[in-house]
Design a protein. Structure first.
Length: 365
């Protein structure tokens, strides 16, 4: 891929600069609690308890319990309550503006999972966008596709920020899953697909062919499915895996389970089965070997290397801040392309975004 050149940087450099140091002008800085907006006095996806938290999406590494007040997209708020219990959440519609201490805050689709948002901050003639996690390819389970936003400073993830990560069209991946499932069903083997309980499982349910056989879900996934359906997302019909004991059903079924179920006693109920893992990490052979599964399907809810570049270029930002993933690689690449680039050290990006989910999401063997 040709390097993205920052065409707006010269024009921006010629504009008058606001008085004060850059740190005094920044709309987002690092604090021990998380990413902090000084003029607005609030945090975005903080990992320690704070007074006011704006949440980009409901994965456990970004949406944590313990904050006094929350702001999130309406769909995200529903997922947060399902996972974390009763919360004081101010739900925003897409593009709705919330003034907070002179900062205009609005949320815009990130395309990562249902309700995932980019946070747009505007104050003093400056615009920052904190992207959270995002992907550019639209999918039926998200409800809204990624929205490019023009800004002065763009805060981006880089989970898959290496050239090796380039995704095939998702329809091609679903066709691979369908073919594997069909072959197993014809051989009388249960198909077990490990996938994250929030986001990936619902994306699979919206994309596979339900005519092949029954779809069974682990107890960590079914409550999330219910929230998706309540928010108007069309998912294939599912059965709770532990409430289905008919061997004939099991032999033709596709079972969706979180990665934590692999190797557990919960798996014994399925007898002879073929297992697989759906994740962007399956792009690498080493990751497939470590998972010790029969198949790996490359299906990610994050932007790939070209997608990260396209998203950054679409913002027109002269300055880019990288939060998590392959941070050093992304910062070096951005600098080579003429951007002002830096990193924020965060606690995001656990390999399994559902690893820290609270007890109600868990299912005992």
């Amino acid at each position: 891929m040709e390097p993205i050149r920052n065409r707006d940087s010269d024009a921006r450099a010629a504009q008058p600069r606001p008085a004060g140091s850059r740190a005094e002008r920044d709309l987002e800085v690092q604090r021990p609690e998380g990413l902090y907006c000084p003029p607005g006095d609030f945090f975005i996806d903080p990992w320690r308890p704070v007074e006011r938290a704006v949440i980009t999406h409901a994965h456990a590494d970004h949406a944590r319990a313990g904050h006094r007040r929350y702001v999130a997209a309406v769909d995200c708020a529903a997922l947060m309550r399902a996972r974390l219990g009763a919360l004081s959440v101010h739900g925003l519609q897409w593009g709705e503006t919330l003034p907070v201490n002179g900062v205009r805050v609005s949320l815009h689709p990130a395309g990562h999972v249902l309700g995932s948002a980019q946070v747009r901050l505007e104050a003093g003639g400056r615009v920052w966008v904190v992207s959270g996690d995002y992907k550019l390819e639209a999918d039926a389970s998200c409800g809204a596709a990624f929205e490019p936003l023009r800004c002065d400073v763009f805060v981006t993830e880089s989970t898959f920020g290496l050239p090796v990560y380039r995704w095939a069209p998702q329809r091609a991946v679903f066709d691979e899953i369908d073919h594997w499932w069909q072959a197993n069903a014809e051989a009388g083997r249960t198909s077990v697909l490990y996938c994250y309980a929030l986001g990936k499982a619902q994306r699979v349910l919206a994309g596979v062919n339900p005519d092949i056989g029954p779809l069974l879900c682990h107890g960590a996934i079914e409550p999330i499915n219910a929230v998706y359906r309540a928010q108007g997302i069309a998912l294939a019909p599912t059965l709770h895996a532990t409430r289905t004991g008919d061997p004939a059903v099991m032999r033709r079924a596709l079972v969706l389970a979180p990665p934590s179920a692999a190797g557990s006693t919960w798996m014994r109920r399925f007898g002879t089965c073929s297992d697989a893992f759906a994740s962007g990490w399956m792009q690498l052979r080493g990751a497939r070997r470590r998972r010790a599964v029969d198949r790996g399907f490359v299906l990610s809810d994050h932007a790939d290397w070209p997608g990260l570049h396209a998203a950054i270029a679409a913002t027109g930002a002269a300055r880019v801040v990288v939060t998590h993933g392959h941070v050093d690689t992304m910062v070096r690449w951005l600098e080579e392309c003429g951007f002002e680039a830096q990193a924020f050290r965060t606690e995001y990006g656990d390999d399994d975004p559902d690893a820290a989910a609270p007890a109600p999401d868990r299912e005992q063997p």
